[in-house]
Structure formats: C-alpha cells, structure tokens
Design a protein around this ligand. Structure first.
Ligand code: ZN
Length: 445
C-alpha cells in the first residue's frame, strides 16, 4: 500500500507536507516527500489529510467501559468505594462486551496499541483476562494485557472489600499461567503480557515484591498505579512511613521495566529518581482532572529522563475514552500549570506515539513513521470546516476539534475506514454494553 499526498509527521523530527509512506505487509518500507514509484501497490489518496503514527495507550481498565457515569462528582477513594460492588459482578461476557466498546472507541481516536490493566477477578467470573484479549483480537488492535491483582482488603486495612480480592498464591499462579499462555516476546507481537498489582492501598508489599521477581525471571514488564492522589500519599505515610515512590522503590519497583499510572504527586527528588531510573509514567490527564487528583509534572519528568506516555485510564473515570483527547488535554493542562512553553503541540503528539512506545518497551518497533517499523498508522482528514484553514496541521489535530479518521492501519491492516470501525459492529456492541451496564447495576443493588 502507498499513502500519498498527505502531510506526513514522522515524529522523529522530519515532516513532509506532501509526503508518502509505503507499506509492505505489516511494515513501513519507505517514507519521504512527493510521489513514489507505484509498482503494484494499492494507492490511498491522502490529500487533505495528516498522517501520524498510530497512538499508544499506556493505561486503561477496559472492563470499566460499561460502568461509566457513576459517582461522577467524587474523589478517587469515594469513587472506588462506590464502584467496587458494581465491578464485583463482572464476568467473561461483561468484560468482552465492555472491552469491545472501549477498544472500538480507542481505534476511532487513533489508537493502534492498547494496554489494559485488569485487576478484578470475581471467583465465578470465568476467564476475564482472556475475554479482554479476545476483544482486542476482534477489534484488531495491538494489545498489552496486564494481569492485575488486589490482595489487601478492608479486613487488613486496604480500600477494596474483601470479596473482590484474591490470595497471593492464586495471583502468582494465575500470573505465571497468563505469561505462559499469551506473552509473545517477538518484535512484531500483537499480544504481550505484563504484571500489575493494583495500587499501594489494595495490594501487600509481599505481592509487589514477588510480582517483580516473577516478571524479571520471565522478561515481562511491571505496571501499577502510583502517586495518584493525596489520599494515597497519606495512606503510605501513615502505614509505611514514607512516600508512595520510596515505598515501591524499596520493593524493587523502579527501572526501565516498570511503568506507573499517573505519577502526579512526585516531589523534586521523586521526579529525579523516576528520571534517573528510566521508569515509565502513563500520564492520564482527563481522568486526573475528572477525579480532581491533580496534574502530573509532564515537562519535569521528561526533562529528568523519565519515559512518559499517555493513557485514557478506565472509562469509569474518563467517559470519553478518547486517546486523541488525552493529547489535547496533556498539552492544555501542562500549560495551565506550567506556562505557555511547558509542552508544545508536537511534544503532545510525541507523548502519544514514541513516548507510549517507549513506556511499553517497544520504541524500536512502533511509535514513529520510519522504514522497518510496524505499519501502525492514522490518517486524519483535516480539509473540512473544523480544520481546513488551521495554519499548522499538527495544531489542527492537537488543538482543534477531533477530525474524522479516514484510515487506521494496525500491523498493515485496516481497522477504521472513513470514520467507521470495519472489524466489528459498533452499533451491536453499544446495544450489548447498555444491557451489561443494567445487569451489573441490578446485581449490585
Ligand atoms: Zn487506572
């Protein structure tokens, strides 16, 4: 396939206002200005469009899509306490339906690689991790499933009710089984697995420590929520006598194989530590603002050397579930707190692409438009009313209204065409999401 005539943003510094990209199989084989030799390639007319790398979502909870709009005006701890009983009702069907909705919305907003943090495993829920993976395969996105966990219930001073927690041995057996069954370390993998104990207030230190040991023995990444709210900071100071970052550092949880969701409340030393250890941060501006949690120090973290990507977070705290909106919010919120030069529109695009690829350990495979990289691409139409006269096409995408997505390629295959997901029936999914939402509320009442 050749896409030609588009404004091509490679994200490696080069831009081609009338450029082309050649895709052979699942890889990009050429990029440059003007029109290439056509040979027997299919040609996509990209005139009036902006071509970017596909976006990488570094933090999400797909099962939350069907629990949107609850506790809409509450803090994180209040919101979690309201939602745990609803989430306790999930099963394979609920998760497959919910994930299909969330992943379709991600595809429509430019996402080609999605990660999922699944931490809730009801005893009679069936294979809920596998259900999310099946949904990713149905929609056609590159997928990083994380086997999450909670083992610190209210009985032991944690936040979640005891019946939604598991015991440590069961978690470790399931984690190992998930790696055996699904993790694909190959360079063009469509599916990888990471381990993800949920947060300092819902898991024990022992679970964090043994999860890190297993992940390192098996060569998979580590993910958790960290430094999201002041309530979490207070919990850690009271229980462990230190900050959340110092606590998890002592458990082996910093390094280039670790990424934290949120990372808002780091002090200057914390920012330095995260940067010096090349730890990753999934910045989730919409969710953080929705829960009034604060805003991560994106610019400082990047300057310190941290790997920073973007995440929509679970849709229960970000009803839009739009990865493009995260780019816009990352830029706007960074400037709202850090001034006009805190983050450029191209920095925002870089966070969503190369930044996310680096967070998921895939900077060599995805995240930019370069020969040899996987063909994960987004072609945005910017010649309509909303964008045609915006001087800078990248500003049109990042600061303007969400433009129509003409084409989304994942691994060289179309997932979105002319603003519609072509792999699954999104209208049927929406109907089923409504039914599952009702069922979960009834179960919880
Ligand atoms: Zn989260």
């Amino acid at each position: 396939m050749i896409i030609e005539g588009a404004h091509v943003v490679t994200v490696t510094g080069e831009e081609y206002p009338d450029g082309h990209v050649v895709v052979d199989g699942n890889r990009i084989t050429a990029v440059g200005p003007g029109r290439p030799e056509r040979g027997d390639h299919t040609v996509v007319d990209g005139r009036g469009c902006l071509l970017t790398p596909g976006f990488v979502n570094t933090h999400n909870h797909l099962f939350q899509w069907v629990t949107r709009g609850l506790a809409a005006d509450n803090t994180l701890f209040e919101w979690l306490t309201a939602l745990y009983p609803v989430w306790a009702g999930i099963d394979e069907h609920a998760v497959h339906t919910s994930a299909s909705g969330a992943l379709s919305q991600l595809a429509l907003t430019g996402c080609t690689t999605a990660s999922d943090h699944h931490y809730l495993f009801p005893r009679d829920g069936g294979d809920v991790l596998g259900a999310g993976i099946r949904a990713a395969q149905d929609v056609g996105l590159r997928f990083h499933a994380t086997r999450g966990s909670m083992n610190l219930g209210q009985r032991d001073g944690g936040l979640p009710p005891d019946h939604v927690t598991e015991d440590l041995d069961a978690i470790m057996a399931a984690s190992e089984a998930a790696i055996d069954r699904w993790h694909d370390p190959s360079p063009d993998a469509m599916l990888r697995v990471a381990l993800a104990p949920c947060s300092p207030f819902s898991v024990t230190g022992d679970l964090m420590r043994v999860s890190a040991e297993l992940a390192r023995a098996r060569g998979v990444l580590l993910h958790t929520h960290l430094a999201e709210t002041i309530d979490e900071e207070d919990f850690c100071r009271e229980r462990f006598g230190c900050s959340p970052l110092d606590y998890v550092e002592g458990l082996g949880w910093t390094g280039d194989d670790v990424w934290f969701a949120h990372g808002i409340h780091f002090d200057d030393d914390g920012v330095k530590k995260v940067g010096a250890t090349r730890t990753g941060v999934a910045h989730c501006p919409s969710s953080n603002a929705r829960l009034g949690a604060g805003i991560a120090r994106t610019r400082d973290l990047r300057d310190a050397g941290a790997r920073v990507g973007l995440g929509v977070d679970g849709a229960a705290s970000n009803e839009a579930g739009s990865l493009l909106e995260e780019v816009r919010h990352a830029v706007l919120f960074a400037r709202a707190v850090g001034g006009p030069t805190a983050l450029s529109v191209r920095d925002g695009l870089e966070l969503a692409t190369m930044g996310g690829a680096a967070v998921l350990g895939r900077a060599g495979e995805i995240g930019s438009i370069e020969p040899g990289k996987l063909a994960d691409l987004a072609l945005w139409r910017i010649d309509g009313l909303g964008h045609a006269d915006v001087h800078d096409p990248v500003a049109a995408l990042v600061l303007g209204a969400p433009p129509p997505l003409d084409l989304l390629l994942v691994d060289g295959k179309p997932v979105v065409e002319q603003g519609r997901v072509v792999t699954v029936d999104t209208e049927a999914i929406a109907r089923e999401c409504t039914a599952v939402h009702r069922t979960l509320l009834e179960k919880a009442s």
